[in-house]
Design a protein around this ligand. Structure first.
Ligand code: RRO
Length: 321
């Protein structure tokens, strides 16, 4: 059983935001794949006070993942080729979901598959526990599958069929995790929104390759490279969020990529995101979600307001980071 976090938090400021049709206590969420399948961060942050825990992508089958090393450190963050290891939805429901429920977390389940039918089966298996979940995040953009850079999320038609199938299988709100590795992300997003996605999650990691210093050897066990994340990708994902917001005004967007501080989170909010996912920063400091939330509250107070909505409506320049 996971231990509940018992640190200090400022309760005088309202960080709440709307996403997936619900009021969440904070716009700061965990990013899929960066804190395990369950309540792994519970010792470092009050899971009931963050926006949501986004679980590492699950398939309807257990999966081993890629050979080690699965992650490598770079000056601007990291590269990974984790390769979707996971217990499968059924075992996840038995072994991981109970702690998340007990700790009061909003739970978003990321799902993946090798075929459209795989996605349908994974979501069918979630239906009996749907009342405990906030949403499904459809991952069509993992860079580390057998097919490498060839992913459903680079094809609007494929994405549309998968999202349509998911929305016909369950009544949970649907987010779609977009790939940044295509110039067609607007078309992909449009296709997903047409068939039932409510939320665009931008974005997954950036295809890359890293060699060991002074060597021809890749740092990752999969020699073909992996997905790059961290502070270096913030400007890249921020631009995608901006473009999505312009193309789909009013649509819910979750910004992901390189958020290490409240000022990084605010950049996404200023460009139209309703929430932010934090991933790579938690590898540097597992308390990052807590720290960023508290920093955001401090900024709100410094500006003489008491909630996030009012902070975002301030038009003058105000940051003093
Ligand atoms: O497991 C992974 O290798 C992985 C996934 Br599912 C993903 O969506 N993004 C990523 O960078 N790695």
């Amino acid at each position: 059983m996971k231990r509940r976090w018992r640190g200090q938090q400022d309760r005088s400021v309202d960080l709440s935001t709307w996403l997936y049709g619900r009021r969440l206590p904070s716009p700061i969420m965990s990013a899929s794949g960066t804190s395990g399948h369950g309540a792994e961060l519970a010792a470092f942050v009050d899971l009931s006070q963050i926006g949501a825990v986004v679980v590492k992508s699950l398939a309807h089958f257990p999966n081993d993942g890629n050979p080690a090393p699965r992650v490598g450190v770079i000056s601007t963050g990291m590269i990974n080729s984790v390769g979707l290891p996971g217990p499968g939805v059924r075992r996840w429901i038995d072994e991981y979901l109970p702690d998340l429920i007990r700790l009061g977390a909003n739970v978003v389940v990321s799902v993946w598959g090798r075929t459209r039918a795989d996605y349908i089966t994974a979501v069918e298996q979630l239906v009996p526990v749907a009342s405990h979940l906030l949403a499904v995040e459809v991952n069509v953009s993992c860079p580390n599958t057998e097919k490498g850079g060839e992913m459903f999320g680079h094809d609007p038609k494929e994405t549309k069929e998968i999202v349509r199938a998911v929305s016909q299988t369950c009544s949970l709100p649907i987010g779609v995790k977009l790939s940044p590795n295509t110039d067609r992300y607007i078309k992909v997003a449009e296709a997903a929104l047409e068939v039932g996605a409510s939320t665009l999650v931008a974005s997954n990691t950036y295809l890359g390759q890293v060699l060991r210093e002074g060597s021809r050897k890749p740092v990752l066990g999969t020699k073909s490279g992996g997905g790059v994340s961290g502070i270096g990708v913030l400007p890249l994902s921020l631009r995608i969020v901006k473009e999505l917001n312009k193309a789909f005004p009013g649509c819910d967007i979750v910004g992901v990529g390189g958020v290490y501080s409240a000022s990084d989170a605010l950049a996404y909010l200023f460009e139209g995101a309703s929430a932010i996912q934090v991933g790579t920063a938690t590898f540097i400091d597992p308390r990052s979600l807590h720290k960023i939330s508290e920093e955001l509250k401090k900024t709100i107070k410094e500006q003489g307001v008491t909630n996030l909505k009012d902070l975002l409506s301030i038009k003058r320049e105000f940051l003093s980071f």
